[in-house]
Design a protein around this ligand. Structure first.
Ligand code: NDP
Length: 304
């Protein structure tokens, strides 16, 4: 039986672990399949306060882990594969083993959707990114391409024009983006739209950087190559809440609905980070949310 189990080892989970550990709650942190969360997929993080020279994303989350362990947090490999939140203590199956928890912090994040190309995975953090706010700065004056036709793609394309001209590639002619976001992008002279087109291949894994992509017009079948330095994949995110479906209240896409502060619909179960936040999705906001969740968990345990 644990006082607090924290699901997720990204910025939100790491910060929740530091706070819960310092409160003497000896939290158990379930690392999840994407150990270290989205930061583990980035290189230099330049917007996390306190690091004037920037810090490597993987180093930042590893430091949080060390800091949490120093105060008594315990990290375990694997993911929660089954959960029973119908009564307290909550029951979680972590791989093969059931664990009980008096309070639970869900910091399991949202995973970026990727195109599914073989080279894409190998180049994430080396020219392929899912976060313009995080990585746009590295492509000042370089060739930037954004993939997607939703609000995120429009927002990221607009944001990235601060640094360079942007080519936006979308697989259809119609857009999922809201009218206002779409028009803003269409009226931006620095954004070129390439429609009915998909990215078929990304080069160059041997150099460990993005140098060009092969595009294909899905209507004509025509293929061609274009030089690219930064490829921003903006085709949506999926919150990692499948295991709690039907128990935790979520919106139609699976994001946890907040009941104020870090509270979910279930007393004793708290949310932190991108699993609830579809707007900001930043390391620092996730860290702040982790702090809130741990403080609420501590108060909840003190009151019960
Ligand atoms: P969406 O699901 O809205 O859009 C995803 C886009 O990616 C679609 O255009 C889709 O194409 C395309 N896509 C999906 N899979 C692939 C693939 N395999 N290959 C190529 N293209 C693909 O996700 P968003 O992240 O844009 O938005 C998520 C939510 O967040 C929305 O509700 C949005 O309104 C909201 N949001 C709001 C913002 C704001 O108001 N400021 C900013 C950002 C997001 P297709 O259309 O053909 O399916």
């Amino acid at each position: 039986m644990r006082d607090v189990v924290i699901i997720g080892s990204g910025c939100a989970g790491g910060t929740a672990a530091i706070y819960a550990a310092r409160a003497g709650l000896n939290p158990l942190v379930v690392k999840g399949y994407e150990v270290g969360g989205q930061l583990s997929l980035t290189t230099l993080v330049e917007n996390f306060p306190g690091f004037p020279e920037g810090i490597d994303g993987p180093v930042l989350v590893e430091n949080m882990k060390k800091q949490a362990e120093h105060f008594g947090a315990e990290y375990v490999d694997g993911a929660v594969v089954e959960a029973d939140l119908s009564e307290r203590p909550f029951r979680l199956k972590i791989e093969d083993e059931w664990v009980e928890a008096k309070a639970l912090i869900i910091a399991s994040g949202a995973s970026a959707r990727w195109l599914g190309l073989e080279n894409e995975k190998k180049l994430v953090g080396h020219g392929v990114s899912s976060c313009a706010t995080c990585d746009g700065f590295f492509y000042r004056g370089k060739k930037i391409m954004v993939v997607g036709g939703g609000d995120t793609a429009m927002e990221e394309a607009n944001f990235l024009t601060r640094f360079s001209d942007v080519t936006l590639v979308h697989r259809r002619e119609e857009f999922r983006a809201s009218k206002i976001m779409l028009e803003r992008a269409q009226n931006n002279p620095k954004i070129k739209f390439v429609l009915n087109t998909v990215v078929d291949e990304i080069f160059d894994v041997t150099q460990k950087l993005v140098s060009k992509v092969r595009l294909r017009n899905v209507k004509t079948g025509e293929t061609w190559e274009e030089d690219v330095d930064g490829l921003f994949v903006a085709i949506g995110h999926e919150p990692n809440t499948k295991v709690f479906r039907g128990q935790i209240e979520t919106d139609e896409e699976g994001y946890i609905i907040s009941h104020g502060g870090a509270r979910t619909n279930i007393p004793g179960v708290f949310h932190a980070g991108d699993v609830q936040d579809r707007v900001y999705r930043q390391a620092i906001t996730a860290a702040g949310a982790g702090c809130m969740a741990a403080m609420e968990a501590e108060r909840f345990l003190a009151g019960h």
